[in-house]
Design a protein around this ligand. Structure first.
Ligand code: ADP
Ligand code: GLC
Length: 485
């Protein structure tokens, strides 16, 4: 089979810039497509917060000071490049100081629409100047929403793209890129404004995700359960009817995990490696985690871990009514790594204040600590209200850290209910989004932890699961081939 040309466009790519799982997925998928011999090139903004690591960013001499005309003003961008670590794929960074030097990846500034409009234009202009017509533009989330429209309009004249197809992957329908309709004029869409969903314009707004959904050739989302959930009113964030209308072009593909980065046999961030065959190192990681966070180690106290963006999506509001009692009445430890809304920070600060020997809340973002928490915890709590896929529960499975999850989206697709009768299953799964259900699942997990043989089997069941990109990448390749015909 001939190799494919794939342009992977994303607002964040690991290891350069990351706020969540989108970065892990764009980076890992790029790497595994390269491993399979495809010509994959990645495109993202050159933020000032970009992590350089070992990478050397080289300016591309024929891609300097390229103008993009908007209505009444012109922006100029230049391009730097480097290879994606661990493979040979090239990443192209769109450098436009005025737009991307903001001290954070995303902003709540009034020109967020422009920052990602430029990313879409720039991707197409870079392809043109490289004389490279991708078979597939693999687009991710609302930030890429304008690209399929631009391809059908501004860039339609260029035969280079005549065979290019667009795939928009929905990583989170809860974020849509909604702006005031005033920006339509600024975007310089001219007569093409007709191609923006008219009901939005009538409501004085523009929705980038919706534009992407309407104009992409195919749509995907990151688990099979989420693919049908978003077609319901409860989960579709207002777009369920549209998604139902386009169900023929929508598929669900469960995310993979890059086991080169996330496996207890080789993780460089953890003090002792362990595996299914030899679990002994798990305890050392637990001791190291306790030491690292200043909590006393107690072999009789199971450690509950949390790593998350602290938003209502992640469901920690369910802990509010019972967390303090739960902690007070048991030997246990709780370690939380995250940042986000004050309500959730307060919840965990409060628990830490009352039980400083049992609870540690590390506010912020810390990649090394996230690995140690996966390795050193016994259980991982993820009670999401909705979860398109979720990666931390899959990482947890690999590290013998048993997930406690709500049965929704990718959590439902990746964690099987533990059945004490035959010791089957991989975690504790509850169905209804309420505190009683979560408390029931945490109690069940806590009791099971004290049955050492059952617990060991449960860990081994999870560690045997395979969610590697090595496998999942095939699903995308199949979809791309179907698209190019
Ligand atoms: P989402 O993308 O909705 O945030 P995922 O579970 O798909 O959820 O991915 C989250 C990713 O971000 C994981 O790799 C997780 O380890 C990482 N992450 C989230 N919060 C933090 C944090 N505070 N520090 C370090 N890593 C974090
Ligand atoms: C989103 C989702 C998360 C998913 C990630 C990567 O941020 O919230 O569930 O795993 O994207 O696809």
């Amino acid at each position: 089979m001939p190799s494919l040309k794939i342009a992977m466009v994303s607002s964040e790519i690991h290891p350069f810039a990351k706020t969540g799982g989108l970065a892990d997925v764009s980076g890992a998928l790029g790497k595994y497509l390269d491993f399979r011999g495809h010509d994959v090139r990645l495109f993202m903004p050159y933020y000032d917060v970009l992590k350089h690591g070992e990478s050397h960013f080289q300016p591309v001499d024929f891609l300097q000071n390229i103008p993009v005309a908007f209505n009444g003003f012109t922006l100029y961008f230049s391009v730097l490049t480097t290879t994606l670590p661990g493979c040979n794929a090239d990443v192209y960074f769109i450098h436009c100081e005025g737009l991307y030097n903001r001290g954070s990846i995303y902003t709540d500034h009034g020109d967020e629409y422009l920052r990602y409009a430029l990313m879409c234009h720039a991707t197409l202009l870079i392809c043109q100047r490289m004389g490279w017509g991708p078979d597939i533009f693999h687009l991710n989330d609302w930030q890429c929403g304008l690209l399929p429209l631009l391809l059908k309009t501004h860039y339609q004249w260029d035969g280079l793209f005549s065979r290019s197809k667009t795939l928009l992957s929905i990583h989170n329908i809860g974020y849509q890129g909604v702006f005031s309709a005033e920006v339509v004029d600024k975007l310089n869409l001219g007569p093409y404004a007709m191609m923006i969903p008219q009901e939005d314009l009538a409501g004085d707004m523009i929705n980038y995700m919706k534009i992407g959904l309407v104009h992409s050739d195919r749509l995907s989302t990151v688990s099979t359960t989420y693919a049908w959930e978003i077609q319901t009113e409860e989960y579709g964030a207002g777009l369920h009817n549209l998604l139902r209308h386009f169900s023929h072009k929508l598929v669900g593909i469960v995310n993979g995990v890059d086991y080169e980065e996330w496996s207890p046999e080789a993780d460089p961030y953890i003090p002792r490696h362990f595996s299914r065959e030899d679990l002994s190192g798990k305890t050392d990681n637990k001791i190291a985690l306790m030491k690292n966070l200043g909590l006393p180690y107690d072999p009789d106290a199971p450690v509950y871990g949390i790593i998350a963006r602290l938003t209502p999506q992640k469901g920690f509001q369910l802990l509010e009514p019972f967390l303090l009692d739960f902690v007070a009445s048991r030997k246990m430890r709780l370690v939380v790594l995250g940042s986000g809304e004050g309500r959730f920070q307060h919840l965990f600060q409060h628990a830490q204040y009352h039980y400083p020997d049992k609870v540690c809340f590390y506010e912020g973002y810390n990649n090394a600590l996230s690995h140690l928490i996966e390795a050193g915890s016994d259980m991982f709590i993820m009670p999401s209200q909705y979860e398109p896929c979720g990666l931390n529960q899959i990482y947890s499975l690999r590290y013998g850290t048993v997930p406690i999850v709500r049965k929704t989206g990718g959590l439902a697709d990746t964690v099987q209910f533990y059945n004490w009768e035959d010791n089957s299953g991989t975690g504790f799964v509850f169905e209804y989004f309420n505190s009683d259900s979560l408390q029931w699942a945490m109690n069940y997990a806590h009791q099971t932890w004290h049955h050492k043989d059952s617990w060991r089997q449960l860990m081994l069941n999870g560690m045997a699961q395979d969610f590697s990109w090595d496998r999942q990448v095939e699903e995308y390749i199949r979809l791309y081939r179907e698209m190019v015909g």
